[in-house]
Design a binder for this molecule. Structure first.
Ligand code: NAP
Ligand code: GDD
Length: 326
């Protein structure tokens, strides 16, 4: 039985990846950090599944990572843990650098010492393209990050390349464009809109407060994207890949479609601008070219933008109905 080690297993992607790998017959080990209240909502359906074992550790604690990999001796390592919210990276730039940048070196070095023959996946990001140098963005597009998070991800990307080239380790980066789902954190714009629109529909709130409606993102469906991560580690050679749908839409379009999905007539009636959600430096337009992933991995997205918006709004309507009146 193959063994996989996932950092960030309590997050959106980690939880879907754990589902996928368990379905594929893996024994999965998920790194979790100590918190005063347990944060297992996204993996609650797996908590009593013997195929998932939780291992204590933190990206900031080198020994916990080396010990964990030494004990588990995994075949595959997926480094998904990070401070992943771009807006928070201006408020906590040093912590973002510790987790999202140096945390990658800690994981790579733990692997080098404990299980150098394992295969390593690094969660790189389209946010590295930032103020984009070309459209669409490919594996060759130069990086121009626009946030402390983006800068930290560029570091994580290059240290992964460097360990691959220095120590002949099987280490790859997936440069993933935005991917969403009902398991997305509530602070990210798609889930925030889907939830806000559902709450307006059910009479629980009257407006949705947002920042910049003009920003465009290439939004896909998270379960499709964890499939791409797994495929990258099954290849003969370690290479980096862009994963994207190839189409982008504005935040405003997401809001309009979400209102339609909830049968609310006028999106402008429920939208309110709040400068609190504007960013010191914005990434205006992202759109990826995933030709290499399509060609070499046989990967393709299965959910359209309209389907994504609808499934997220329906999930929030269901959730808010279950939560009852306030
Ligand atoms: P997420 O939902 O925010 O999950 C982040 C995970 O990292 C959580 O499990 C969190 O644990 C864990 N974590 C944070 N700091 C940690 C630390 N110091 N030690 C150990 N664990 C720590 O993020 P996601 O959307 O699943 O994204 C997964 C990865 O892909 C991230 O690296 C993200 O930057 C990257 N990425 C995401 C997207 C996207 O569109 N979703 C696109 C490109 C790249 P807690 O539950 O304890 O907080
Ligand atoms: N979060 C948020 N909240 N974003 C808003 C809001 C709001 O109220 N109003 C407008 N936006 C705009 C942001 O300014 C940004 O341009 C866009 O919506 C998307 O914001 P997020 O959903 O927070 O995602 P992100 O693109 O900044 O970052 C996500 O994708 C990256 C890949 O490109 C995260 O998942 C990162 O971890 C990931 O690397």
């Amino acid at each position: 039985m193959k063994k996989a080690f996932i950092t960030g297993v309590t997050g959106q992607d980690g939880s879907y990846l754990a589902d996928l790998l368990i379905k594929k017959g893996y024994q999965v080990y998920g790194l979790t950090r100590r918190t005063s209240t347990q944060n297992f909502a996204r993996i609650k359906h797996l908590i009593h599944n013997p195929r998932l074992e939780l291992v204590s550790g933190d990206l900031i604690d080198q020994h916990s990572l080396t010990n964990a990999l030494h004990d588990v001796k995994p075949d595959e390592i997926y480094n998904l843990a990070a401070q992943s919210f771009v807006k928070a990276s201006w408020e906590q730039p040093v912590l973002t650098g510790e987790f999202t940048a140096i945390g990658v070196t800690r994981m790579l070095d733990a692997m080098r010492l404990a299980c150098p023959d394992a295969r390593f996946y690094q969660a790189s990001s389209s946010e590295m393209f930032g103020k984009v140098r070309e459209v669409p963005q490919t594996e060759q597009t130069p990086f121009y990050p626009r946030s402390p998070y983006g800068v930290a991800k560029v570091y994580g990307h290059w240290i992964t390349v460097n360990y691959r080239e220095s120590f002949q380790m099987f280490a790859v980066s997936g440069i993933l464009f935005n991917h969403e789902s009902p398991r997305r954190g509530l602070e990210f714009v798609t889930r925030k809109i889907a939830n806000g629109v559902a709450r307006v529909k059910l009479g629980k709130q009257s407006v949705v407060e947002l920042g910049n409606l003009k920003a465009k993102r290439d939004w896909g469906y998270a379960p499709d994207y964890v499939q791409a991560m797994w495929l990258m580690l099954q290849q003969d050679q370690p290479e980096d890949y862009v994963v994207a749908t190839g189409q982008n839409h504005s935040v405003r379009e997401f809001l309009e479609l979400a209102c339609q999905a909830a049968e609310l007539d006028d999106w402008q009636a429920i939208y309110q601008h709040n400068p609190l959600y504007d960013r010191p430096a914005e990434v205006d337009v992202l759109v990826g070219d995933a030709s290499k992933a399509r060609r070499q991995l046989g990967w393709e997205p299965s959910v359209t933008f309209a389907e994504l918006v609808t499934l997220m709004v329906e999930a929030e309507l269901e959730l808010e109905r279950q939560n009852g009146e306030e």
